[in-house]
Each structure stands twice: as structure tokens, then as C-alpha cells.
Design a protein around this ligand. Structure first.
Ligand SMILES: Nc1nc2c(ncn2[C@@H]2O[C@H](COP(=O)(O)OP(=O)(O)OP(=O)(O)O)[C@@H](O)[C@H]2O)c(=O)[nH]1
Ligand SMILES: C[S@@+](CC[C@H](N)C(=O)[O-])C[C@H]1O[C@@H](n2cnc3c(N)ncnc32)[C@H](O)[C@@H]1O
Ligand code: SF4
Ligand code: SF4
Length: 328
């Protein structure tokens, strides 16, 4: 059985972007009320007294947009300071990163994954739901600053949407050649905007690899990480290319993670909504952390049964929460 030691923590469900595939403009989302968010103290208590004792050592801060969380630098510092923390990372859209990168690094964050779906500012703005002013330049500066500060590995996440950014696959892959940037292609999943998914469909990692192979060749490779990416490299490139193939391949048998939502629900599987645990309500009701540890241990024991099993049908379900709400 896989060791489950990787917790993806959603710090906030809100976002300053409206990516078409995640939380499209106009989508009715029930945001978590401020009083329902786990406070910093509650989150740190859960990490220290529940998650670390049951074996979690790798933590990723995500959202929504984690840089919108007030006090995020202090939270990073606190989590990085736990002696048991072996890996602390963040997934961000980088819009606010340029001015925060150094502080985050100084607080103990060492690696960061940044979403970048296009190198064309107009297409980028179309994907992220431009509200009047272009955002691409801020994101690009955030990436450059993160690189300059020393985040390593620095990964760039791309979701390819047919007819929108699929003509940029080679340009995006080429970012890995001259710099130690690790570009990852994520297969579009029907969570967040099933209409767009229905209209556009998705491109398989193997199709992308074939394009890249024909242009430069492709060899297997490796990069430090806790996630499900299959890693390759353009021969001679400084960085790597990762493929996260949740639609075309099954990586559930090597699943090593659970997710904690910003309002304190522990979710054992991204694609199966059963057996979630409301840790915040329990904590606020005075349930002891010893009892919560017991409950989480029980969930860990059950996780192989909970892990998603619907791949063979080629479909996944309909979900009540989007990636931004779950901690994608
Ligand atoms: N189906 C599924 N997709 C996942 C899972 N974990 C990550 N993904 C997909 O991979 C995307 C990128 O994940 P990241 O936030 O960059 O984290 P990661 O790939 O775990 O990061 P590393 O530790 O750097 O390997 C997510 O947004 C999801 O689309 C998972 O457990 N199940
Ligand atoms: C939900 S976002 C949260 C962190 C941050 N806001 C960001 O965009 O990096 C995390 C990742 O989820 C991915 N994602 C969101 N919706 C998706 C979908 N429907 N299919 C595949 N990936 C998705 C995004 O591309 C992003 O890399
Ligand atoms: S993918 Fe990230 S940046 Fe885009 S809307 Fe979702 S949470 Fe926001
Ligand atoms: S779908 Fe569920 S079981 Fe599969 S990798 Fe993601 S979280 Fe793990």
C-alpha cells in the first residue's frame, strides 16, 4: 500500500482570476464565509497535532489563489518550521508573486508551481477571464522573480484546451530548454466547467508528447516532486517536461495524498466525494486532537477503498465543488 504523506491544503477558495476551465466568469460559486475558514491557529493545530502525528510530512499550499490569504508568509514560516516538514510547496497563479517571492523564500518555501497557460498575453487574458486590464505581464514578472530568488524546482503548469492554446504546445515546451524551468501539461478535467469540456474536449498527454518528440526528441527524466506527473526531457534541455494525465492514464494506484479545504474538510480523493471529514466543526466543538487523529488514521486505512475507481468507464463524476474549492 502507498504511503499517504502528502497533504494539499487549500488556504482560500477565492481567486483573482476566473480561468475558463476552473471558475469561469458568471459561475455561481458559494464562497466560504470568513468565519467558516480555518483560522491560522486551527490550521497549524491540525497540522501539528493531527496530520504530522499520523504521518504527513509533505504539504502543498494551494487554493483558490493562496497568495490572497492574509498572513500567508507567516503561515509558510510556521509550517516550514515544524521539524517533521520534509517538503513545503505552493501552487499559485503568480499574479501577486513578484513582490512576495523573496519573503516567501525567506519564510522557508523552496519550491513553487505556477500556472501559465499561454505565452500570448491576449490568449492568456482570454483564458483567465480578463476584467479590463492585462494580467500576463504581472504573471511573467512573478515567474522571473521566483526564478531569480532561487525557487527550485520552478514548475509551470499548463492546461491545454483544444482550439484555445493547443497551438502553443511547442512554444511552452521550449521554455524548458534554456532555463531550469519544468513545464507540466495537465489534461483538462471536467471539473469546474463541464460545458467548456463538452464543447472543446481534451488533448491526451501522449498526443502532446508525440508533437514534442517529432520536433526535438524526448527522453525519460526526473525532477523532485510529490505529484503524479510523468517526467520527460528534451535532449540537452536544462529543465524537464511533466505530463499529468488524469484523463488518459490511471495514477490512482500510486496515490499518496489527501486534501484539506479552506473550511476544514478533509477529502481523501479528488474525484470521489465520499468519506469526507469535517475537521473544523469537530475542532470547534471541542473534540480532542487525539480523537481527530484516530478518525484520520481510520480514513487513511480506508483510503484504498475510497480512491477513484471510475477510470475504466472513461468518465468522471459530477462534483459539488470545483478545483478552486477543493484545493486543485
Ligand atoms: N486526478 C488527480 N489530479 C491531480 C492530483 N494531484 C494533482 N493533480 C493534478 O495536477 C495538477 C497540478 O498539481 P500541482 O498543484 O502542481 O501539484 P503536484 O503535481 O502534486 O506537484 P509536485 O509536488 O511538484 O509534483 C492539479 O491541479 C491537478 O489537475 C490528484 O490527486 N488526482
Ligand atoms: C485550482 S488551481 C489553485 C492554485 C492557483 N490558483 C493556480 O492556478 O495555480 C491549481 C491547478 O488546478 C488546475 N486546474 C483547475 N481546474 C482544472 C481542470 N478543470 N482540469 C485540469 N486542471 C485544472 C490549474 O491549472 C492549476 O494548475
Ligand atoms: S486555476 Fe487557479 S488561478 Fe485559475 S481560477 Fe482556478 S484557482 Fe484561480
Ligand atoms: S483521483 Fe483520487 S485516488 Fe486518484 S490520484 Fe487523485 S486523489 Fe488519488
Amino acid at each position: 500500500m502507498n504511503q499517504v504523506d502528502y497533504l494539499r491544503i487549500s488556504l482560500i477558495d477565492r481567486c483573482n482570476f476566473r480561468c475558463q476551465y476552473c471558475m469561469p466568469e458568471g459561475a455561481e460559486l458559494d464562497y466560504i464565509l470568513k468565519q467558516q475558514l480555518l483560522t491560522d491557529a486551527e490550521l497549524l493545530t491540525l497540522i501539528q497535532e493531527v496530520f504530522i502525528p499520523v504521518g504527513f510530512t509533505r504539504f502543498r499550499l494551494t487554493g483558490g489563489e493562496p497568495l490572497l490569504r492574509p498572513g500567508v508568509v507567516d503561515l509558510v514560516h510556521a509550517i516550514a518550521s515544524f521539524p517533521q516538514t520534509q517538503d513545503l510547496s505552493m501552487t499559485t497563479n503568480a499574479f501577486l508573486l513578484a513582490s512576495m517571492a523573496q519573503n516567501l523564500y525567506d519564510a522557508g518555501l523552496r519550491r513553487i508551481n505556477i500556472s501559465l497557460d499561454s505565452l500570448d498575453p491576449d490568449i492568456f487574458d482570454q483564458i483567465i477571464g480578463n476584467r479590463g486590464r492585462s494580467r500576463w505581464q504581472n504573471v511573467w514578472e512573478g515567474i522571473q522573480q521566483a526564478y531569480h530568488v532561487g525557487f527550485n524546482p520552478l514548475k509551470l503548469n499548463v492546461v491545454i484546451i483544444p482550439g484555445v492554446n493547443d497551438h502553443e504546445v511547442l512554444d511552452l515546451a521550449a521554455l524548458s530548454i534554456d532555463k531550469q524551468w519544468h513545464v507540466r501539461f495537465i489534461e483538462f478535467m471536467p471539473i469546474g466547467n463541464s460545458q467548456l469540456f463538452g464543447d472543446r474536449g481534451w488533448v491526451s498527454s501522449e498526443q502532446l508528447r508525440q508533437q514534442i518528440r517529432e520536433r526535438w526528441g524526448l527522453t525519460e527524466s526526473q525532477v523532485c516532486g510529490s505529484g503524479p506527473a510523468d517526467v520527460f526531457q528534451i535532449p540537452g534541455a536544462k529543465g524537464t517536461l511533466g505530463f499529468i494525465s488524469q484523463m488518459s492514464e490511471c495514477f490512482c494506484d500510486r496515490c499518496n495524498r489527501m486534501r484539506l479545504s479552506a473550511d476544514g474538510w478533509l477529502r481523501p480523493c479528488l474525484l470521489n466525494e465520499s468519506e469526507q471529514l469535517d475537521l473544523k466543526t469537530a475542532l470547534r466543538a471541542g473534540v480532542s486532537t487525539a480523537k481527530l487523529r484516530e478518525q484520520v488514521r481510520h480514513l487513511l486505512a480506508m483510503k484504498p477503498e475510497i480512491n477513484f475507481k471510475g477510470r475504466d468507464t472513461g468518465t468522471i463524476g459530477v462534483y459539488s465543488r470545483t478545483m478552486s474549492q477543493i484545493g486543485g
